[in-house]
Design a protein around this ligand. Structure first.
Ligand code: ADP
Ligand code: MG
Length: 750
């Protein structure tokens, strides 16, 4: 059945070579119980390894049922190990983290049996070796003899023709050794070919049917103790061996359990990384969709010459008036009529209705309110800008990260430039002004000269405190108004100033009277004297074109608020359609409030901001994904050394390299998936928390609208899948390394 012809094994080493097996010619038959006797180092294990398909001969032939193994492919060898050979080792080589029955089932799992069949067969096998009662015990709980019985049961799992046992009793006491040998003897009687390596000649004599003595790699004697009857049995079956997924999973799971400390370490290091990936992934995905949605609109606005920044009209555009502007931006005829209607009301204080009518004109995107006053402090002129709630939220970032005027009583915020103007140019400590009280004289409000109205006399002086001096240029700011002429106060404070003008009979409108090319005069117009003022003007030819002669410095939509005029900025772009408008709204770039509608408009800056954010968050995500993945791979890699035995056993019972790889991949997968589940549970509250923090700290929502931080479930799912995938894939590396370990490593111990 098994024929060795001139079999040789030479280990080639650097300086010398070892001829471990020399010119062995032997023939074995089913039913034989062969003992191979020899001194340590005589080549017994090498011979048995070759018989077991764990090691290839250097030269010579090994013929099994007439088939020369020389031509065996890798997978034929694997099948041979699984189906034809059952290995029994000196130190049992059970897998510690599997119970007795699971150890046996592991070998069965390579055979594609159903779970029930495996259970039944494993019980049968354990029963055969007298270990059924111990089936749920773990190897460490069993005596040496008991472990060896389980190992024999495992060796018999796939009903092999040949049982190879390398010093199976070497680690056992004599009584137990007798029991094991009886078992092996029974197997031989049952028509198995049993080949046992031993150096105990008494045991060999007592139990085996044939004794082969080896010395220095050569067969020195071969004699039969008793002739056994020859039985013709069917040829060796060669069904494909394949480790079932469930078995690989069980091995992985148990192994993680056994290597608790490193598993936990890997597990816990994965969770925070995964949470970060979820949060950042969400952020990145939202940024991308935000960019895709908003950027075209912004580009559209930027590139469109149909946009009217009514506050920023150039001198030429002064020739425009609101009516013409509105007509020019309105597309439809009925809108034109609307505008003509409106024209009647333009010099009345605007009601919200009028404002809404302006808003309803197609092409008008937003109407919003800038607040600024020309003021004088100690003889120096400044423009006092009210920080809208949204604006000072944005400024919060610039003011030492968390400072912003909380309360309107607080007073003025000076740029360092403005402070230097007050202190003299070369003062190096502008912050010394903080806390100082100064007289703030309001000269004009939104270009409306206060002093021209005698009724306001004396009411436009406010004693106020300088609460903060800051250098806006030192930090990123998306607002451009930090020139030296600007100072700031909170919106609330500005409102307080405004409310202190207790003038209820004026609705101021200025018009610019061009006296000469260089000199202009602003004339305030109250409702009282509006018609009076208009009358003389109308007599001049200038007025023929109705309001065309009115050249407003700012622009012209005005709405009464606290009895005082408030100006609104109209941003228009007729190219904007409903869809685009809805997008602006969705991202919070367009807001309506009682006072104003406004579109947050920071096109270029926003775009750059997003680009930068995207770039850096992608780099960060890359690092976050890479580090723990490498860590997991490394932990698995290191564990290979501890798992040589397990890997060797798996190989000796017929597991393929692929199966070993899949065990390692499973292990990293189990880690990644379980950490992923925990991460997803933790990430939602954390995501919300982080979102709030980011909003408050950096006012991303101010720049980017509210949506970019929303929970995007698709993004969360995708980022998690990606990191789980990467980590799982990295498990392949140690798996490949492990699968290359030679099963012979195991057997050499003897
Ligand atoms: P035994 O099992 O009879 O004690 P072995 O078959 O293990 O003997 O070893 C036979 C000889 O081959 C010894 O000299 C041993 O050192 C050598 N040998 C075994 N395996 C290797 C190997 N992988 N590389 C080099 N020499 C080896
Ligand atoms: Mg040996």
């Amino acid at each position: 059945m098994l024929e060795l012809k001139n079999l040789n094994k030479i280990y080639q080493m650097k300086k010398r070579h070892v001829h471990a097996v020399k010119n062995v010619n032997l023939t074995f038959e089913r039913g034989e119980f062969v003992s191979i006797l020899g001194l340590s180092g005589s080549g017994k294990t090498t011979l048995v390894s070759m018989l077991g398909g764990m090691e290839e001969p250097s030269y010579g032939d090994m013929i099994i049922d007439g088939i020369d193994t020389k031509d065996f492919s890798k997978s034929q060898w694997t099948d041979y190990r699984k189906n034809t050979i059952g290995f029994v080792f000196q130190d049992f080589n059970l897998i510690d983290h599997l119970s007795a029955i699971d150890n046996v089932k592991l070998a069965l799992s390579l055979s594609g049996k159903s779970e029930e069949e495996k259970e039944k067969r494993a019980e049968e096998l354990l029963n055969q070796v007298g270990m059924l009662a111990y089936k749920d015990k773990f190897p460490k709980r069993l005596s040496g003899g008991q472990q060896q019985r389980v190992a024999i049961a495992r060796a018999l799992a796939n009903n092999p023709e040949i049982i190879l046992a390398d010093e199976p009793t070497g680690a056992l006491d004599p009584d137990t050794a007798d029991q094991i040998l009886t078992l092996l003897q029974d197997l031989a009687k049952d028509n198995h070919l049993v080949i046992m390596v031993t150096h105990d000649k008494y045991l060999a004599n007592d139990y085996s049917s044939r004794i082969v003595k080896i010395d220095n790699g050569e067969v020195v004697s071969d004699y039969k103790i008793e002739e056994r009857k020859k039985v013709e049995l069917p040829a060796i079956k060669m069904d494909k061996s394949k480790l079932e997924i469930a078995a690989a999973f069980k091995i992985s799971k148990n192994n993680l359990k056994i290597r608790k400390r490193s598993s936990y370490f890997a597990f816990y290091s994965l969770i925070p990384a995964m949470i970060l990936v979820v949060i950042l992934g969400n952020f990145i995905f939202n940024l991308i969709s935000y960019k895709n949605d908003i950027a075209p609109i912004y580009n559209n606005i930027i590139n469109s010459d149909k946009v009217h920044y009514l506050t920023n009209l150039t001198d030429k555009e002064f020739e425009w008036d609101l009516k013409n502007i509105l007509i020019s931006i309105s597309k439809k005829r009925q809108d034109e009529e609307k505008v003509r209607d409106l024209e009647q009301k333009l010099f009345q204080p605007f009601s919200i209705d009028v404002l809404n009518e302006i808003r309803s004109i197609e092409g008008v995107v937003a109407v919003f309110e800038p607040n600024y006053y020309d003021v004088t402090i100690e003889g120096e002129h400044f423009i006092l800008v009210g920080l809208l709630p949204e604006a000072y939220k944005a400024y919060q970032y610039d003011f030492d990260f968390n400072y912003y005027p909380k309360d309107h009583e607080e007073g003025l915020i000076l740029s360092t430039e403005a402070a230097r103007v007050l202190l003299g140019k070369y003062n190096n400590h502008p912050e010394q002004l903080e806390g100082e009280h100064v007289d703030l004289v309001i000269d004009t409000f939104n270009s409306l000269p206060i002093h021209l109205n005698t009724k306001l006399e004396g009411k436009n002086v406010f004693n106020t405190q300088i609460i903060k001096v800051f250098d806006p240029k030192a930090k990123t700011t998306l607002m451009a108004n930090y020139y030296k002429g600007y100072i700031y106060a909170s919106y609330g404070y500005i409102n307080e100033i405004r409310n202190s003008f207790t003038v209820d009979d004026i609705s101021l409108i200025t018009y610019k009277e061009l006296k000469t090319d260089h000199e202009t005069r602003y004339i305030p117009v109250g409702t009282d004297n509006l018609s009076d003022l208009l009358a003389p003007l109308r007599t001049k030819t200038m007025l023929q074109d109705d309001m065309a002669m009115f050249t407003f410095k700012t622009y012209s939509a005005e709405v009464p608020s606290s009895n005082f005029m408030t100006k609104y900025k109209i941003i228009s772009d007729r190219v904007l359609n409903d869809e685009q408008l809805n997008k602006l709204k969705r991202y919070g770039h367009y807001e309506s409030s009682q006072y104003s509608d406004y579109a947050i408009y920071s096109a270029k800056e926003t775009y750059d901001y997003i680009e930068t954010l995207l770039k850096y968050s992608s780099i960060v995500v890359g690092i976050i994904v890479a580090l723990p993945s490498i860590l997991v791979a490394l932990i698995l890699y290191i564990s290979i050394i501890l798992r040589t035995k397990e890997i060797g056993v798996l190989k000796s019972i017929g597991a393929k390299s692929k199966d070993i790889v899949s065990i390692f991949t499973f292990e990293s997968g189990v880690l990644a998936v379980s950490a992923g589940i925990v991460a997803i549970i933790l990430s939602f509250p954390l995501l919300n928390y982080v979102r709030e923090r980011i909003e408050n700290l950096y006012h991303l929502t101010y720049y980017l609208g509210s949506n970019p931080l929303d929970n995007n479930y698709y993004a969360i799912g995708f980022s998690l899948l990606a990191i789980v995938g990467v980590i799982t894939m990295l498990g392949i590396l140690p798996g490949i390394k492990a699968s290359r370990l030679h099963p012979r490593v195991l057997l050499r111990k003897a």
